[in-house]
Write a protein that binds this ligand. Structure first.
Ligand SMILES: Nc1ccn([C@H]2C[C@H](O)[C@@H](COP(=O)(O)OP(=O)(O)OP(=O)(O)O)O2)c(=O)n1
Length: 110
């Protein structure tokens, strides 16, 4: 759908990898803006209004749209890459070793 959206507008010329990376980072900034002056935010965002939730949904969508397009333009098969990376993460952080700890893998001394 995003490829169709850009084709219809002759925007492919503007959607090269560097452009998409910067666009994505800009949208991450817009997500951060929604959180920046609040205290800790609990899971489920209990104090947020419907319009704030909708704004967040839109900004997260922008990040995802640019991320997927960036991967595509870099010829990265993102779904496959995510599966490979999650398998690596499981190996790097065995549940039995790291259970209940948020330390980075470099901090474990075996
Ligand atoms: N050159 C562009 C401009 C927009 N979009 C699409 C992808 C994003 O999902 C969304 C981004 O639109 P805006 O740049 O207008 O950003 P926002 O929607 O976040 O608006 P604002 O910055 O006013 O919050 O539109 C795109 O693909 N290519």
């Amino acid at each position: 759908m995003q490829a169709e959206f850009t084709d219809e507008r002759a925007w492919n010329q503007f959607h090269q990898p560097r452009n998409l990376l910067l666009a994505m980072v800009g949208e991450v900034g817009e997500v951060a803006e929604l959180f920046q002056w609040r205290g800790e935010v609990a899971e489920g965002l209990p104090d947020w209004s419907e319009s704030e939730r909708e704004r967040l949904a839109q900004e997260l969508s922008d990040v995802l749209i640019y991320l997927v397009e960036l991967a595509e333009k870099c010829r990265v098969d993102l779904p496959q890459a995510v599966l490979r990376k999650m398998a690596l993460n499981r190996l790097k952080y065995p549940a039995s070793k790291v259970h209940g700890s948020a330390k980075k893998y470099t901090e474990y001394k075996d």
